[in-house]
Design a protein around this ligand. Structure first.
Ligand SMILES: [Zn+2]
Length: 289
C-alpha cells in the first residue's frame, strides 16, 4: 500500500463519520447535512459549490509538485435510508443517529446506520482535512437523494469539475472495486383500460411473502418477482377460462424486487371448476423463491 495512505490517520474517518451521523440526513432532508459540508469547506478555506439540489462540491487544490497530475473526483451521497425497529421512537427529521461500537463493528441503536453512504463522505472529509497529504487537485462531490432516485446526481452543477477520473465510494464490499455500474431506469406506462360492469364470482389471487431483495444487488439471484409471476399466471389462466380483471397491484418500491402481488378477478359461476383446475395446473409448474 502507498506509504502516505498507511500514514493516513484512519481515526479521522471515524471522527467525521460520527460528526455527520449527528446530523439528520435522510433522503429528502438534505439541508442540514448540505450546510454542514459547506461549513466544513468554509472553515478550511476550501472552494466549494452548493447548488440548488443541495449537492456540495468541495475543491482542494493540488499540493506543490502535483499540479500536473490529473485531478481526481471523489464522489459519495450524503443522504441515507431511514429505517428503524418498531419499538424505536427515533425521529429521523430532527435527531442524529445513536452510534455504538461492538468489537470491530459500528452499529446504530435500532436504526439504520447510514454507512451507505456516510462512509464515503467521511473518507472524503478525512482526506480534505489532512494538511500533511500530498495530492493532485481533489474534487469531492457529495450528492443528495441518491436513495430516492439520484435526483442530486442528475441535477449536479458540474461546472467546477475538471477531473476526468471519478471514484464513486459507494461499493458495498470492503476490498472490492467496481469498474462500472448498472444504471437504473424508472418507466411509467399508461395502459388504456376499458371498464365494463359485470356480474359473477369474485376471485382474489395473492402471492405473498416472497424473498424480495434489492433490484440492483440481488437481481442475479433468480428471486421470484411477484408482479411478474402474477402477470404470467393471469396470462396463462386465459387459456383455461374467460375472466375479467378488476384490479391488480404488486411491489412497493422502485428498487425492491416485489415480494407481494394481488389480483381480483371476476368470472362466471359455471367457469369456477375450470378455473380451479387451471390454477392448480399452473401452480404445479411454479417454484417460488
Ligand atoms: Zn449508497
Amino acid at each position: 500500500m502507498n506509504q502516505q495512505l498507511q500514514e493516513l490517520d484512519y481515526k479521522k474517518v471515524f471522527h467525521f463519520f460520527s460528526e455527520i451521523s449527528a446530523v439528520p440526513r435522510g433522503s429528502r432532508n438534505n439541508t442540514a447535512i448540505s450546510n454542514y459540508l459547506a461549513d466544513f469547506a468554509k472553515s478550511r478555506d476550501l472552494k466549494y459549490v452548493q447548488d440548488e439540489y443541495e449537492n456540495v462540491v468541495i475543491i482542494k487544490e493540488a499540493t506543490p509538485g502535483y499540479e500536473n497530475v490529473p485531478a481526481i473526483i471523489l464522489q459519495g451521497h450524503m443522504d441515507m435510508v431511514c429505517e428503524k425497529t418498531n419499538d424505536c421512537t427515533h425521529d429521523f427529521l430532527t435527531q442524529g443517529i445513536e452510534l455504538y461500537v461492538d468489537g470491530d463493528y459500528i452499529h446504530a441503536d435500532r436504526t439504520t446506520l447510514g454507512a451507505d453512504n456516510g462512509i464515503a463522505v467521511a473518507y472524503a472529509l478525512a482526506l480534505l482535512d489532512d494538511a500533511s497529504l500530498k495530492h493532485p487537485r481533489i474534487e469531492a462531490v457529495f450528492t443528495t437523494d441518491e436513495e430516492t432516485g439520484m435526483d442530486g446526481a442528475i441535477g449536479l452543477d458540474v461546472s467546477a469539475l475538471q477531473g476526468k477520473y471519478l471514484l464513486n465510494i459507494d461499493s458495498e464490499n470492503e476490498g472490492s472495486l467496481w469498474t462500472s455500474s448498472a444504471g437504473g431506469l424508472t418507466s411509467t406506462c399508461d395502459l388504456p383500460v376499458n371498464r365494463i360492469s359485470d356480474k359473477g364470482v369474485k376471485i382474489n389471487i395473492a402471492i405473498s411473502d416472497l424473498q424480495g431483495g434489492h433490484s440492483g444487488a440481488e437481481i442475479h439471484k433468480n428471486r421470484t418477482n411477484a408482479t411478474k409471476l402474477m402477470s404470467r399466471m393471469l396470462f396463462e389462466l386465459r387459456n383455461y377460462v374467460h375472466f375479467g380483471l378488476i384490479d391488480m397491484m404488486g411491489g412497493l418500491k422502485d428498487n425492491a424486487i416485489p415480494r407481494d402481488a394481488v389480483a381480483n378477478l371476476v368470472l362466471q359461476p359455471e367457469d369456477l371448476e375450470e378455473f380451479n383446475l387451471g390454477f392448480e395446473e399452473l401452480a404445479k409448474n411454479i417454484k417460488m423463491n
